[in-house]
Design a protein around this ligand. Structure first.
Ligand SMILES: NC(=O)c1ccc[n+]([C@@H]2O[C@H](COP(=O)([O-])OP(=O)(O)OC[C@H]3O[C@@H](n4cnc5c(N)ncnc54)[C@H](OP(=O)(O)O)[C@@H]3O)[C@@H](O)[C@H]2O)c1
Length: 327
């Protein structure tokens, strides 16, 4: 089969298309013919070994995709050949075929969705769901401040926050991309380059601040968020696209009675096992069927241009997700 292979660390130019064997299927696995796979920020970090998970070289990048089951292991009872599915993998999605365990890593592709849409759902949706539902317990009418809202995990949080009844304020750095975020459900969008989000959040809440902050960006954005947060607010530390970990002022945490909540959606699911089975088997499919967190795709590339799919993400051109169409 053809696959996008990373055999040395570096920028996206290291990626090459190679012929590699179709992965072997174990008794509890399914083999999927991949239709599409989407790019996430951690894929970029893995190319330079800057992500917490460092796959051995050579490896096939890609954490999520969608396609059609083409074979099942002897022990698999819940899926059949021909089922269209959304899958997660650690990594390996940018290939014509992938094997994944039949339990936990699969979800049925919602009716009417394309493979491209399905391929862009899982990481954003699980991160937003784990953050807003399990970690922050977001309540209707609370004020939710979402940073990095034009990106994959940010846009999913905007969509889910709105569905859960929150008032959603979303930030980003580009008016055009933010206009899509507004269409996806944000009540208000703030361009960080031209406006002060702290003053805007305070103004909108009679000086109280946001109840929940969802932050995939870090750096100055996280530092300022302490000032935009309400007394007793929950701050979700989701990622550091601005460059790296950020020091948090403990006096701000104390004075405002803040809860700082680390988010590791994938790792929590792996550790909690069956406690999270309901999310994947019931809650996320239910939300997807309602159209909640249906991905917005701004860029599509053929497999031969996988490096360009990484580049548009690095260059902050993507609105929602960039997808590699494979099958
Ligand atoms: N905790 C978890 O479980 C979990 C799960 C998945 C991903 N993540 C993390 O979440 C973060 C976002 O991932 P993603 O896939 O949503 O990324 P993405 O699609 O590239 O979106 C990231 C957003 O961050 C903003 N940004 C600010 N400064 C940036 C910079 N210097 N470079 C690039 N973007 C910058 C961009 O918005 P503007 O250009 O509008 O400013 C961009 O839309 C990453 O750090 C990732 O590792 C965490």
């Amino acid at each position: 089969m053809r696959a996008v292979v990373c055999d040395r660390l570096g920028d996206p130019s290291v990626l090459q298309i190679k012929d590699v064997p179709v992965p072997e299927i174990g008794p509890a696995d399914v083999l999927i013919k991949v239709g599409a796979a989407s790019v996430n920020f951690p894929d970029v970090l893995m190319l330079t070994a800057d992500y917490q998970h460092k796959p051995d070289l050579p490896f096939i990048p890609g954490m999520e995709g969608a396609g059609t089951i083409s074979a099942i292991g002897a022990e698999v009872k819940t899926w059949k050949v021909g089922d269209r599915v959304i899958f997660g993998v650690r990594p390996g999605a940018f290939a014509e075929y992938v094997t994944v365990p039949a339990s936990g890593n699969l979800m049925r592709l919602p009716q009417g969705w394309s493979d491209a849409e399905g391929s862009a759902f899982r990481v954003g949706a699980t991160t937003a769901y784990h953050s807003l539902v399990h970690r922050a317990a977001l309540k209707p009418r609370e004020v939710l401040l979402v940073h990095g809202a034009s990106g994959g995990v940010g846009m999913a949080a905007v969509q889910l926050g709105k569905h859960l009844g929150a008032q959603v304020i979303a930030t980003g750095s580009d008016d055009q991309r933010l206009s899509v975020v507004r269409e996806q459900g944000a009540d208000l969008v703030v361009n960080l380059r031209t406006a002060d989000f702290v003053a805007i959040v305070k103004g909108l809440t009679d000086g109280r601040g946001a109840n929940v902050v969802y932050d995939p960006v870090g750096g100055e954005v996280l530092e300022k968020s302490m000032r935009a947060a309400a007394y007793g607010a929950r701050l979700l530390v989701v990622g550091f696209t601005s460059g790296g970990p950020t020091k948090i002022m403990s006096n701000h945490v104390l004075i405002k009675g803040l809860s700082i909540l680390g988010v590791r959606a994938g790792e929590t699911a792996r550790r909690a096992g069956s406690d999270y089975a309901k999310d994947y088997a019931v809650e996320l499919p239910r939300l997807a069927a309602l159209g909640v967190m249906r991905p917005h795709i701004s860029h599509r590339f053929p497999m031969e241009r996988a490096a360009d799919a990484f580049r548009v993400l690095i260059d902050r051109k993507v609105v929602g997700k960039a997808v590699i169409e494979i099958g």
